[in-house]
Design a protein. Structure first.
Lengths: 362, 282, 362, 282
């Protein structure tokens, strides 16, 4: 990617004491992308973001922003700005002073400061609260102040650390849409750190999934969900049924395997050619029926319903086969009188298309 | 039907028993009677101060005209102001250093710093007297002009006041969100800009509270002042003490009442400023 | 219901200062039910629970437990026990002492205390931690201590105040299943207070939805979701599209109405016969297609896709009609390569069955 | 390649500048030299205590054999123990009442209760002297047998110590989860069972910390004791004071060192007990 705005090359961070927070990570982020760093807490995603901003120093590797090596550039000279998880709005300043702070300390002329501050407040719809102190504002409003304060500096890259985690569920949906809109309006690169798969899937154009300091997979949301590269990614992004299987034979892209509780299966596999594998299939891809399905090209198994949890729009059903395999099935309650249509203890058939199964190396 | 439990016997009351009320009354009595007596007698027109003979403010006027008392009060206030300024600056710096830096034996130093808070005043007084004597500072200032002759007392007051300032400012800094500092840097501010525009405004309530605390401590101190002052220098508490030895007089009651009022006002202000603020977390 | 174990009759609670927390509530709860009090915070559900336990005194009405009026019975004499939101595990006692506390203070003989404590610890799978102090335990374990401590008293009714709210998302699913299992094992009535619709829907056999101190509806989970009695219930339980409409004519159970953006519709309605109404339809009941659907008996409307949020298993699509009506549609991503199949700005048709619409009075 | 910023110039350091180190050294000096001098000279074998002439513990032995000093120390300890017990019981009760009950002017009472903490000692002393004189209690105890003759001092000490206990216990109670009490009742316990089995164990660290605080305050007090004691009754700080007026001696240094050690040990214990506990929230 020649037009990468942020280029991370073999970056590592080892803290004093030997903890390796980030381990040889390389990512290229293109101009105008909405990029997400996704992973469980402690996976190094925030440390990586802080290294991009300059608040942490890498112990190895190189970070380039806009084609320039940032190794010697302190955070106050970098073309990046950050929205902190706690928002870090200055409590002793009004909203207006907060937003204009970054311009005032760098000696921007006062009329320009005034104009740009007003514009930024306009953009986040806070013009009417310019004279307020942060402690008179809600969490969502404080976050907008933090956003305006960063955007007024016109950074090349905006960094957001868990921007939605401190908001309550009702506000989150709205803010998610607003962030997407804002990114399109201002046309700059957003890098967001989150531990919430829903946030990353619904907002980002590309996602890097991290675990234990290393990047597991970089892909678009639907690629990640439907074609996870590893058991970790499959399990972290959404719910998944993982079925142990043993490869018997492999010819080209086709393998034949013996799966626990399902017997012999013929599947497509790009990576694995032998040994033990996991067959991954998402709960919403499984269908449930009272009789054995007729179609020949389906994977099917008989079992007993162990648990039905009704959630209104969907029901989560757990079916146990006689071999002790537990399958989770999400049923969307499409019509009003349906529900899952099954009861605990009932014998049912579970089936799905082989095309919805994915073979993952152990 | 419902709600038949009597009030005062609700499930969560230990009850407003009669003996609790009695105890309450007794405590009130123990606490306030001496103070109330003092204040009341400062308005007593009886010269000997033993029997109540009517309201007057003459005692205050007399105290005001007593040159020795006013000189002592002036000394006390000058000492308190100078000691407070120095103690606040040093205390704030120590607090910032303890909060910010890691260095060897930091925990131990943090504990040691609090020593003057807990060491008996009498021991602190003896120690300072010994120190000033041995170092020759005691005799050095004895014939210097005012206010240089107060130097020893000021040094002694700074030494026992600044740990209080440091503790107050330190506990304020615990509530500081380090991300505010990072945000300031991220927005282009230098370290000194960040210090003056973000950290100092945040510390301000702690600084003022600490200063007020130091001021009252310095103003009220008797023991340490007594040991470190030369024979010629008299502060307000020392003067009151020497007068009381010759018998309690309405004048002393008046002077004491003034000191109590100053102290209470300063303390109430300090406590208001120290109260946890919701804005502290940014 | 003659076999009601808890019978609440016209109970009110007015706090000093005039705030009415609970307003004339009547509920009968049967032996062995798993009953949920569901509502937004401040709706009075916790106050009602505390009045059942005796920790608050009603200012009006009557509470009967096991057929006896409880008005004069203090909390320590009632056949109820409570699991508190904060768990309220005694921090200075070991797990064993916590569990046996309720037996010791009431003078149960020490050998019986010992036996019952051991049984209770066994039941919540904490026997191996009997000697631990609570501060060495996780939130989930502390909650089990609170459960064992309440169950060891063999109450007629177990009261649970937001039992899952202090647990993290991963633990919640497990604890939900465990509570259901426990209720079946011990066979006593559970009354749970929660603000989380998913918790109530998936665990309870019946739910009372409360708002502003009053009961809005008492029903089973699927009745609540599919047949909400009011706009409040429809909106609080799950997401819903609410479409304003004006009733033109009403014949028996059928009404004919003019709906905003949809034109004239013929629907079934049990309650309303005239005036303005809301047509409620759940997002998962709506279907989306590129062409106008052929079937005659569908409600259908053309619109433009305004937002698509991908969540992996589902996609949330917002479609705007030319009359300014916004419809939310949940699409389950049933097959691996599908996704929602639509893009922002695309023209689509949205349709659903009239049977999935519900008419609610304004 | 990467990481070229020197350590100590990291983005978040104000730097370990030389002047900061100098300031640090100066503060160390100011604080510790007097105390160190005092402790050091208590081991000095020079009789006049001016020049260092070698290590000895003779001064401690001499102090121990000084009957007047030991009598004063005994008085101080007896007063401190009795006053601590009374102050702890009253302080705890006041704390519980302030925490638990609502009554008219509660806020005002809570503020007034803290008065003895802030009122200058010298004023408190004058007030108590005036009160004991007026009420005739001063002359009443003067010829009673030991330890009855200490009553006035004990009353005075309780009066200025119990608010400290109340404040410490009160702040401990703030962290008490009221649901623990409700849980206890819900499980069948009576109010008294709940009080002894749930509330008292929770308060315990606060009670012990408050008691230790009261003990050191009583032990160290000079001003109030001086005003409220009869001519025949001498406590340890008063004795040290009267000896110092005739000149600092190694014996006094030894006695002061012992007092400092007792105070520091008690305070460290109290602070450990007061430290926020994670178990406090149940």
């Amino acid at each position: 990617m020649s037009e990468a705005i942020v280029s991370i090359k073999n970056v590592s961070k080892r803290f004093p004491g030997g903890v390796v927070a980030v381990d040889n990570v390389s990512i290229d982020i293109a101009q105008n992308e909405f990029f997400a760093l996704l992973g469980p807490s402690g996976c190094g995603k925030t440390t990586l973001l802080r290294m991009i901003s300059g608040l942490e120093t890498p112990t190895g590797g190189q970070i380039m922003i806009g084609g320039e090596d940032m190794a010697l550039t302190p955070p106050n000279k970098r073309p990046t700005n950050m929205v902190f998880q706690s928002y870090a709005v200055f409590p002793h300043m009004t909203v207006e002073d907060n937003v204009s702070y970054g311009l005032r300390v760098t000696g921007v002329p006062s009329d320009e400061t005034k104009r740009r501050t007003a514009e930024a407040l306009e953009m986040v719809k806070l013009s009417h609260l310019a004279a307020r102190k942060p402690d008179q504002m809600s969490g969502g409003q404080r976050q907008r102040v933090a956003l305006a304060r960063a955007l007024v500096k016109r950074p090349k890259v905006l960094l957001l650390d868990e921007p939605l985690s401190a908001l309550d569920a009702k506000l989150r949906d709205g803010m998610r849409m607003e962030l997407t809109r804002l990114q399109e309006t201002v046309g700059i690169t957003f890098i967001i750190v989150t531990h919430d798969q829903d946030e990353a899937l619904s907002m980002a154009s590309r996602i890097a999934v991290m675990d234990k300091g290393a990047v597991q997979q970089i892909a678009t949301p639907s690629e990640l969900y439907e074609h996870p590269a590893s058991r970790f990614v499959a399990d972290f992004i959404g719910k998944v049924n993982l079925i142990d299987a043993k490869v018997l034979r492999s010819v080209g892209k086709h393998i034949s395997c013996e799966a626990k509780g399902l017997g012999k299966l013929d599947l497509e596999s790009t990576g694995t050619t032998g040994g033990t594998v996991s067959i991954a299939v998402r709960p919403e891809k499984l269908k449930i029926g009272k009789a054995e399905p007729k179609a020949a090209n389906l994977i099917k198994v008989e079992g007993k319903v162990r648990d039905v949890a009704y959630y209104g729009d969907t029901s989560h059903v757990v079916v146990s086969t006689k071999d002790g395999l537990d399958l989770s099935i999400n049923v969307q309650n499409d019509s009003r009188e349906g529900g899952a249509g099954v009861e605990r203890g009932q014998k049912v058939w579970v089936h799905w298309s082989p095309a919805d199964s994915l073979v993952l190396a152990e | 039907m419902a709600a038949t439990l009597k009030p005062g016997q609700g499930p969560l009351d230990y009850g407003n028993r009669w003996w609790l009320k009695l105890l309450f009354g007794f405590i009130f009595f123990m606490l306030y009677v001496p103070i109330v007596t003092l204040v009341a007698f400062s308005f007593n027109s009886d010269k000997r101060g033993i029997v109540w003979r009517g309201f007057t403010i003459d005692n205050y006027a007399k105290a005001w005209k007593n040159d020795a008392l006013i000189e002592a009060l002036t000394n006390s206030i000058v000492i308190a102001i100078i000691a407070t300024i120095i103690a606040t600056v040093i205390g704030a710096m120590v607090a910032i250093m303890l909060w910010r830096f890691r260095f060897p034996f930091k925990g131990a130093y943090e504990g040691f710093m609090a020593l003057p808070i807990v060491i008996p005043e009498i021991c602190m007084g003896v120690a300072l007297l010994l120190f000033f004597n041995e170092s020759g500072m005691m005799s050095a200032v004895v014939n210097t002009p005012w206010p240089i002759n107060l130097s020893n007392i000021i040094i002694a007051h700074v030494a026992f006041c600044f740990p209080f300032v440091a503790v107050v400012v330190r506990s304020r800094l615990v509530g500081f969100n380090r991300q505010l500092e990072e945000a300031s840097k991220d927005l282009g501010a230098s370290e000194w800009q960040t210090f003056w525009k973000v950290l100092v405004p945040f510390m301000m309530p702690g600084l003022v509270a600490g200063a007020l605390l130091a001021f009252t401590l310095s103003l009220d101190d008797f023991v340490i002042t007594f040991f470190t002052s030369g024979p010629e220098t008299v502060t307000f508490p020392v003067k009151v003490y020497s007068l009381v030895r010759r018998g309690v007089s309405p004048e002393i009651n008046a002077a004491s009442t003034v000191l109590i009022v100053i102290t209470i006002v300063a303390t109430v202000l300090a406590m208001k400023l120290q109260a946890p603020e919701k804005s502290g977390k940014g």
